[in-house]
Design a protein around this ligand. Structure first.
Ligand SMILES: C[S@@+](CC[C@H](N)C(=O)[O-])C[C@H]1O[C@@H](n2cnc3c(N)ncnc32)[C@H](O)[C@@H]1O
Length: 281
């Protein structure tokens, strides 16, 4: 049964049955120290602009409006690991014996989080650090622009877990001339570096929720790391990207968030896969 749950995820996790979920993906606040809020942007032609568009024209990006309150949330923790640890321990408990856990973070905190997750899951159960690489937004002139996030993959059992590589979408070869025409046409499976564009600020995937992650990234995780009919949990669910990926591929979902905005966005986004009485408070 698909469910959206409104509340602090620690309370929700504590009520869930041990070993009841096959796949967990979470994308907690990154401890950026900023308030995450929806921005309305406009691109304007400007000879001195930092972006180059069609035909080599230069553009700059102007922020028209930052929506205060609305779809924003605070992203600053005095003790980030102290906040995360009890939630990660609870996640470990609810994960099934052959389940997978995906933790999405960025360069500011990934090293601290990995040490903590090694302690909870065991170093032997760390499987991969996936780098989600994108290329969008301002480019620093003082250091290399950071254009990637880190997704840590842990399993409950070091050897027994789901990995449906044959379900994976394929990507083009970098040098198709070096492989035969048949291979080049088929493409190859990705490595632990996933190039995928961010959610386009003007595209139809966009819900308006700050920090919404791309559906394509979540679909890959859901299809390869779970089987149809299994349960997928996201307890920092935001706009419900994980729920949409799960439902599209025949998995059930449990989406948890403490923000009313997130619940409102998810109710709308996941309406096709929800009965009215399945939104708990
Ligand atoms: C980075 S966003 C998730 C975005 C999501 N992956 C998406 O694609 O839209 C983090 C979310 O965690 C939620 N959150 C933060 N602390 C929470 C808590 N203690 N319990 C439940 N949700 C929480 C915030 O409200 C926010 O929606």
């Amino acid at each position: 049964m698909n469910r959206i749950v409104h509340g602090d995820n620690l309370n929700v996790l504590r009520k869930m049955k041990s070993g009841s979920v096959e796949l967990i993906y979470i994308d907690p606040p990154f401890n950026t120290g900023k308030r995450q809020a929806r921005k309305q942007m406009k691109t304007v032609r400007d000879e001195a602009g930092d972006r180059i568009g069609f035909g080599g024209q230069r553009y700059r990006t102007e922020v028209l409006k930052v929506q205060a309150g609305g779809t924003g949330y605070g992203d600053q923790f005095g003790d980030f690991l102290g906040f995360l640890r009890p939630r990660m321990e609870a996640a470990y408990r609810v994960l099934s014996p052959t389940g997978s856990f995906f933790f999405h973070i960025d360069y500011r905190e990934v090293h601290y989080c990995k040490v903590m997750l090694d302690e909870i899951f065991g170093r032997e159960c760390f499987q991969n650090e996936i780098i989600w690489a994108y290329d969008y937004g301002a480019r620093s002139k003082k250091r290399w622009p950071a254009k990637h996030d880190n997704i840590l993959w842990y399993t409950k059992d070091a050897e027994r877990y789901t990995f449906n590589l044959e379900e994976c979408d394929r990507i083009p070869y970098m040098a198709p001339g070096l492989v035969g025409a048949k291979k080049a046409a088929r493409g190859k499976t990705p490595t632990d570096v996933w190039w995928h564009t961010i959610v386009s600020p003007t595209g139809k995937e966009k819900t308006g929720y700050a920090t919404q992650k791309p559906l394509g990234v979540l679909e890959r995780i859901v299809k390869i790391h779970s089987n149809p009919g299994e349960k997928v949990l996201d307890f920092f669910a935001g706009s419900g990207t994980t729920g949409e990926a799960a439902a599209k591929h025949g998995r059930s979902f449990v989406m948890v968030d403490e923000s009313e905005d997130a619940i409102r966005v998810m109710k709308q986004r996941l309406a096709n896969w929800l009965g009215h009485r399945r939104i708990k408070r």
